[in-house]
Write a protein that binds this ligand. Structure first.
Ligand code: FAD
Length: 405
């Protein structure tokens, strides 16, 4: 590793910290007193959290801190890679409420900036940034997840060339039930799969989810919440002007969007270290005997070491990127690490907190309002979302270790 934060980076960090020192405490006090954490919030589940995130994103946007990687002309700061690392670390350290339009800011906005017309940028970017419109991402289908290029929802150009007619189904579309817009991939050339060229003939569209012919059905998860949905298209008409990029460029447009997602974030190391400390604090008060168990102590030590190791892995990736190389294979290795570490942490929590630690949200006596029990079932997603573990391992075996197939 070979880098130090520049004076500009340190000034960036100081400006962000002073914004958060000024804005975050009153925001949290006001929210807890007035809305989100009141009696109504738990019953609203994920939606209560989203309201809070929308209000916080608006606050961030007022200070131009919502989408720091976007160019200044579109309301961002044109931040560098190092500044983005500083940003994720500082936001994690301050335990900020999270972002309402995470998909829109991290993945979809940059795709619109890269591929959209000036008219499209003016139409869509402001609503992503100021949280007035929620955005989702509709790529996966029942037979197209890891193998995304197998997608089969069709978009057929109408005879008069004004719109596409869309038929098919998407699945796992996060927060589609509250989204106004989504970035979707459809097949405009259905012959591509038969021709053995399935990455071709895919086109990206921005879809207004209020369009007739679109049916959004939330999926109830093991947590009891409904975070993601099935989205059905039955002769839904999407205007030609809402296509992002040319026909058959969808794969490139989507790879750009997912590339943003896979860069990874060292802020996670800070969040996880904080979660581990918080867990141990809680265990000390509700089930102190568990912390005397040598097997538990060993797991705590391993977790601590793995979190720190992963933080350093990402720092090494950053060092490479700053020296003009790719963050490879550190970034996919870090993704694998997060998948395992978050599961170990979730499993440690239910083992260390005793019987009350597995009581769910709303149960009398549930530790920390049932947050650890929820986490235990929810955290399985880290081994699937943004690239499943097995697929990541295949990529590393193939391209980094160059193992024989
Ligand atoms: C919390 C969450 C939110 C999501 N949000 C969205 C969203 O907003 N929009 C969206 O489009 N999608 C979303 N997804 C879907 C996600 O992108 C897919 O779940 C993911 O791509 C995996 O696809 P799949 O579920 O079809 O599983 P599959 O691809 O069917 O995989 C099933 C299993 O087989 C393994 N497997 C697959 N291929 C291989 C292989 N070649 N070699 C070895 N093992 C393999 C996988 O690792 C996995 O264990 C979300 C998923 C989760 C968990």
């Amino acid at each position: 590793m070979d880098f130090a934060w520049s004076d500009e980076d340190l000034a960036f960090q100081a400006e962000l910290e002073s914004f958060l020192d000024r804005e975050l405490p009153p925001f949290v006090d006001e929210w807890e007193a007035g809305n989100g954490e009141g009696d109504d919030a738990p019953s609203r589940g994920v939606m209560g959290v989203m309201d809070k995130r929308a209000a916080w994103q608006r606050k961030l946007n007022e200070g131009r801190w919502a989408a720091i990687l976007w160019p200044e002309e579109h309301g961002g700061r044109g931040a560098t890679v190092s500044q983005n690392v500083i940003y994720t670390q500082v936001m994690a350290r301050y335990r900020t409420p999270g972002t309402y339009n995470a998909n829109g800011i991290v993945q979809i906005g940059p795709s619109i900036i890269a591929w959209g017309t000036e008219e499209q940028k003016a139409r869509w970017l402001p609503g992503i940034l100021d949280a007035t419109e929620h955005w989702c991402q509709g790529f996966s289908e029942p037979q197209a997840g890891s193998d995304l290029a197998n997608l089969r929802t069709t978009a057929v150009l109408s005879g008069d060339g004004t719109h596409y007619v869309v038929n098919g189904q998407k699945v796992w579309t996060s927060s589609a039930q509250i989204a106004k817009w989504g970035l979707f991939l459809f097949r405009t050339d259905p012959t591509a799969i038969e021709r053995g060229r399935k990455h071709e003939g895919i086109t990206a569209f921005v879809v207004d989810l209020e369009t007739p012919g679109i049916d959004i059905r939330p999926i109830r998860e093991i947590t009891g919440d409904s975070m993601f949905c099935e989205v059905f298209f039955d002769d839904a008409k999407i205007p030609v002007g809402d296509r992002l990029g040319d026909e058959s460029m969808g794969w490139i447009v989507s790879m750009g969007a997912l590339g943003q997602e896979r860069v990874g974030s060292s802020g996670q190391a800070i969040s996880m270290a904080q979660d581990l400390r918080a867990l141990l604090q809680t265990a000390k008060s509700v089930n102190p005997a568990a912390l005397e168990d040598p097997a538990i102590r060993d797991r705590v030590a391993r977790l601590h070491t793995q979190i720190e190791f992963t933080r350093l892995l990402l720092m090494r990736a950053l060092s490479k990127v700053l020296n003009g190389e790719k963050g490879w294979p550190e970034v996919p290795l870090a993704k694998l690490q997060w998948g395992s570490i978050s599961l170990w942490l979730a499993e440690l929590a239910v083992d260390v907190l005793g019987p009350a630690g597995v009581l769910a949200k709303g149960a009398p006596g549930a530790v920390d309002g049932g947050v650890w029990a929820r986490n235990y079932v929810w955290q399985r997603y880290t081994t699937i979302g943004a690239g499943p573990t097995e697929v990541q391992k295949n990529i590393i075996a193939d391209r980094a270790l160059k193992l024989e197939r």
